[in-house]
Design a protein around this ligand. Structure first.
Ligand code: SF4
Ligand code: SF4
Length: 367
């Protein structure tokens, strides 16, 4: 029973924005999830701009007894200005979700910056006090940094009982995400792992046709997403695998995967290895993210933030997800199409990338 319902990509009403959750469909999905015997729900203060926690209150807590479900939410340190804000946020979370305690409470998105803030505000001790006051059953954190940093955090804060990591087969050996290395650190510290992004934001359920073919040849009846879930679900330290489900079809497919969960066999691992090898051969733009191109751009185009979106789209063919990310990135200006071809950026790029051409491709793909 490892499947958890991630409440960050809930269905939205047609044409609606982030806050416009389709409550009728969400309620039906919650009902089915519970009916099939699953219990774990994961929200956060910031999901759907606060509406996710409110949806928990209205569609889960108000409709089911408290012991029918486990609820996790998260404290967003990066947004807070002073120590006292932590208590304010926590109180708001209890009000929104209409519960008197959280089963799991996470320090949200710990990286170097957030860890510094936690030190400044003594957030670690604050989190511990929530547990002592009976408002939280288990304390943990979601993590977005290196394995080395994870080791530091877990060594300094053994009171944290679990860790939420971005694990999936495509990022398993990634130098940036360090899925495997982070998992091994959690294992070394004996901390259960909750998995986020097991399908890499939907990318591993998209895929180019030639890679889809590899999976379909091995098991025509299995969805691409099921391979990704079984990869992380087969890891012994993994206690829960979160899926941010947006429609009934995804939910049903996931329930089918987890109802009779089967760990991957050796032969199935080979199929995944083959897919990863093929993914690694897809050519991408070798931008190092050094940002030398940014400061002289008169149009304030955040080039190193936009190029990875095109790389991700070319690799996984997941247009919708990358369009969404693109729109978030250019919400305050700096669209790729606003480039005036002055080539200031190209003069500063150590990789000699044809940035203006790349931006034109980005505009074509996402605008
Ligand atoms: S060419 Fe375009 S992206 Fe490059 S600096 Fe000029 S306006 Fe900015
Ligand atoms: S200067 Fe070149 S390599 Fe560096 S971030 Fe900009 S595009 Fe990428």
């Amino acid at each position: 029973m490892k499947l958890g319902f991630g409440l960050m990509r809930l269905p939205k009403i047609s044409g609606g924005g982030e806050k416009d959750i389709d409550k009728a469909l969400t309620a039906d999905m919650i009902d089915l999830f519970l009916e099939r015997g699953y219990k774990y729900f994961d929200t956060a203060f910031v999901y759907h701009e606060g509406e996710s926690e409110k949806a928990v209150g209205e569609l889960l807590s108000a409709r089911y007894p408290r012991d029918r479900f486990y609820l996790a939410t998260k404290l967003p340190l990066w947004d807070l200005n002073k120590k006292e804000d932590m208590e304010e946020v926590f109180k708001t979370q209890l009000e929104r979700t209409r519960v008197s305690y959280f089963d799991n409470y996470l320090l949200h998105g710990v990286d170097r910056h957030v860890a510094k803030k936690l030190d400044e505000f003594d957030g670690w001790a604050y989190a511990k006090s929530l547990k002592e006051r009976g408002l939280v059953r288990k304390l943990g954190f979601s993590f977005h940094s290196t394995a080395e940093h994870l080791d530091e955090v877990l060594s300094s804060h053994p009171e944290l009982e679990f860790v939420q990591l971005q694990l999936n087969y495509a990022d398993w050996e990634s130098k940036e995400v360090q899925s495997r290395l982070c998992y091994e650190v959690a294992e070394k510290h004996g901390k259960p792992v909750i998995v986020m992004e097991p399908v890499r934001g939907g990318a591993l359920a998209a895929m180019p046709p030639e890679i889809r073919e590899v999976f379909l040849r091995a098991a025509p009846e299995k969805s691409l997403a099921s391979w990704a879930f079984r990869f992380v679900g087969s890891l012994p330290m993994v206690s829960t695998v979160l899926s941010g489900m947006s429609d009934m079809q995804q939910l049903k497919d996931n329930l089918d995967t987890f109802d009779n969960f089967k760990p991957l066999t050796e032969a199935e691992h080979e199929v995944i290895n083959k897919a990863v090898e093929m993914l690694s051969k897809i050519p991408t733009i070798p931008c190092t993210g050094c940002k030398y191109c940014v400061s002289n751009c008169p149009q304030h185009i955040n080039i190193p933030r936009l190029i990875p979106l095109l790389n991700d789209f070319r690799t996984y063919r997941n247009l919708d997800a990358n369009k969404r990310r693109y729109n978030m990135n250019v919400a305050r200006g700096g669209k790729a199409s606003s480039c005036i071809l002055c080539r200031e950026c190209e003069r500063h790029c150590p990789q000699s990338l044809p940035i203006t051409k790349i931006l034109s491709d980005i505009a074509k793909a996402f605008e």
